[in-house]
Structure formats: C-alpha cells, structure tokens
Design a protein around this ligand. Sequence first.
Ligand code: ZN
Length: 203
Amino acid sequence: MKIICIGRNYTDHITELQNEKPEDPVVFIKPDSAVLPKEQDFYIPEFSNDVHYEVEVLVKIKKVGKHIDEKFANKYYDEIGLGIDFTARDLQSKLKEKGLPWEKAKGFDGSAVIGEWLPKTNFKDINNISFNLSKNDEVVQIGDTSLMLWKIDELISYVSKYFMLKKGDIIFTGTPAGVGRVMPNDYLSGSLEGKELFSLKIK
Ligand code: ZN
C-alpha cells in the first residue's frame, strides 16, 4: 500500500506558505511505515522543532488502475476519510531551499494519520464536503472540498498517469489554510461533515 499526497491544493494555504500556484498538482509519496497505528499517540520526532498538522480529506482506492480517465475516476473509490499529513516544517524548508526531496520531512514514522472511513454514498456531492481540525477543542483548520484547485476525480486521473493505483492505496488530497505547530500534550481531532473521524494526543 502506498500513500500519495497532494500539495498546494487550496489557494489560501498557498498564500499562507507564500508558494506560487503550480501548473500541475504537487505530488509526493509517504511509505506505508508512515501510517500512525490506530489509537496511538503521535510522538514529535527528535529531528524537528516545528512539526505542523495538515488536515486533509482522504480517498481509498479500491481497484487497480493506470491512466484513469477523469470520467471513470469515481469507479476507483468507495470510501472517503480524513487524516493528518504531519510535516516537519523546519526540515522541509531546509530541503526545499536546497532543491532536495521532501521525504524526510513528510514521510517519517507516524506522519500519516488515517481516520475512520465513510462510504462515499453518504455524501450528496463529494466536491462539497466540509471538514475541520480542532486543537485542544478550538477549531484551527476549516476546509471544504469545493475549494480544491484539483478535485478528487481530477487528482485520481492525474496521479494515475505516473503511479499505478492499487487496491488499498490512499490519496491525501491537500490541506486548507490554518496549518500550525503541535506541542506535547496537544489534543487533535478531525471531523468531516460534523462527524469526528479521528482524535489523537501529541507527546
Ligand atoms: Zn499535506
């Protein structure tokens, strides 16, 4: 199983990080070892002093596909979820400056939080799903899939040109504005359309 992540998919987050709007989606991969086991706390890694949360809508791929046409992309997933793409921002900035790959800052152990899955039939329109992340019971990120630069089906089509999608692969679809640092003892929880799909403690 692989995790394919999309960067810079919401304009407000691009402004926040002073990135340019890309011509194509930014794509990177997290290894399967990045998945934070269920019910486990997140430990801030010793190599970073600035780990950020990024709440993101997730899509679970249900069958093999390659060069998927956008029209047929909806046949490749049945479940929608919510998770966190933990990012060692200090390390990522250093790597970006040098033009080096981000993997160490994005793919470290525990950096992928994957919440409960919901059938996509729960949603009237997957391009109109609201979600949010709370830190210590205060909402810090609010997003809506209607604000994505590249919608879910477009992303599936795009990434499948480069990576064969397989059953069980997960796509992290990018984060809206409001990313920020986590500190020991913080408590995070994420909700999709008002339903809490994950919660975790920071150590
Ligand atoms: Zn992200």
